[in-house]
Design a protein around this ligand. Structure first.
Ligand code: SR1
Ligand code: MG
Length: 400
């Protein structure tokens, strides 16, 4: 058994070389580390012909905080295993796993360096015609195929236990549902937001709704989630969409991934108010983002309907009225989780470049007020989001 040690470029190169000609790379190889995420090391290993692979290694702590926040290495196994299972049903939109070593907490992945990270691209005002349909289809297909509609109860229970992921779930439980609504040293917001934050915390109805969302997150193993579908977990170009990084994967409520994705589009929508100076260009970008959300929710709803009507294995769950009820509840959950994503990205530990990159403090404050208000209203009104149509009605009323 190989003993875990933290890699540097030299060790990463040595490891890849030790695997022989597995990856179609020709020596001499070069390597550099370029991870800028919150948790892991990420190396790119290339040959002189321009072929390359990615080696990702989990550190025994959260990179963005340091060694004071120890974190399980088992997240590397979770991530590679979720990618493999999601890749079975969505090969086109899931990054390919080329090699997995759980002892060393590392995964070798296809290099997607020819694509753009969606968050960076949206911040640059780029638009992608296939994005919303691709993500909606990916989320509907993965969530349906690893749900009780398809898996036998025995298979489902065995997968649930394989993907318990308690430490990474605890991060989400605390960062999404606890910290923003309480005083906590991990929270991070400017003094100018003190009043709106106090108002959020003093809103009893909001606290009740957040508690319901947390309880559902804790005790609803509906499907094998990605667990962290933000726009930094998606690579894109005009023809391709690839989902990466499911280390927060576990069996949880289906609406969580959908809500996280929509939440990140809304964070970008709000940030564009300060990012794009020209009014027509800003309107164009914001209209694109709204149409993405509308198309994503519609495609998700329709895909789930079709999959459930035609492929449900469970004899009782295949009842058409139950299918309708279930899809409605996913949409409601999604908009609640979407609201929690907006709030925690504004005042919690982990912020987004969309807002962080706004240099003008006054403009940024206006954006942050907007994301907080939007998040709050989505959480409070998520029960009205029983369908794509009702959800878009609510969203448009909040954005206008
Ligand atoms: C300590 S981890 C902070 C955040 O980064 C990840 O991408 C997740 O979104 C997590 O909440
Ligand atoms: Mg990540």
């Amino acid at each position: 058994m190989t003993q875990y040690s933290v890699f540097d470029s030299e060790k990463a190169l040595g490891y890849v070389a030790s695997l022989g000609s597995l990856f179609n790379l020709q020596a001499p190889l070069s390597c550099y580390e370029f991870g800028d995420g919150n948790l892991n090391l990420v190396f790119r290993i290339s040959d002189s012909a321009g072929r390359s692979i990615i080696l990702k290694q989990a550190l025994p702590y959260a990179r963005c905080v340091g060694e004071s926040w120890p974190l399980t290495l088992d997240r590397a196994r979770i991530e590679a295993s979720v990618l493999k299972l999601h890749g079975v049903v969505c090969p086109e939109t899931t990054v390919k796993v080329l090699h997995q070593n759980d002892q060393l907490a590392l995964t070798i992945l296809e290099d997607l360096g020819q694509l753009a990270i969606l968050r960076t691209a949206l911040n640059n005002g780029e638009t992608y015609p296939k994005l919303s349909k691709d993500i909606a289809t990916h989320l509907a297909t993965t969530s349906f195929n690893y749900s009780d509609f398809v898996l036998t109860p025995a298979k489902k229970k065995s997968l649930v236990s394989e993907f318990l992921n308690p430490e990474l779930c605890a991060i989400t439980e605390e960062l999404f549902f606890d910290d923003p609504y309480h005083q906590h040293e991990r929270n991070d917001f400017p003094i100018t937001l003190t009043e709106p934050v106090s108002a959020l915390r003093n809103n009893a109805q909001l606290r009740l709704e957040v508690a319901k969302l947390k309880a559902k997150f804790l005790c609803s193993p509906q499907t094998l989630l990605h667990g962290d579908v933000h726009t930094g977990s998606i690579f894109v170009d005009a023809n391709t969409t690839k989902v990466i990084d499911p280390e927060f994967g576990f069996f949880g409520p289906i609406g969580f991934d959908l809500g996280s994705f929509v939440g990140n589009l809304l964070l970008n929508y709000c940030a564009q108010q300060a990012r794009i100076e020209s009014l027509p260009q800003r309107r164009q970008m914001q209209t694109y983002l709204i149409s993405c959300i509308a198309e994503c929710l519609l495609t998700f709803e329709q895909s789930w309907q079709t999959l459930a009507n035609t492929h449900t294995q469970d004899v009782t769950l295949r009842d058409p009225a139950y299918i309708d009820h279930f899809i409605s509840s996913i949409m409601q959950d999604a908009m609640g989780y979407c609201g929690t994503e907006l709030i925690r990205r504004t005042i919690g530990l982990a912020h987004v470049a969309d807002i962080e990159g706004i240099e003008d403090k006054t403009a940024r404050f206006a954006v942050e007020q907007h994301t907080l208000l939007l998040g709050e209203q989505l959480i409070l009104n998520s029960s009205s989001c029983t369908s794509q149509k009702n959800t878009m009605q609510l969203l448009l009323s909040l954005l206008n």
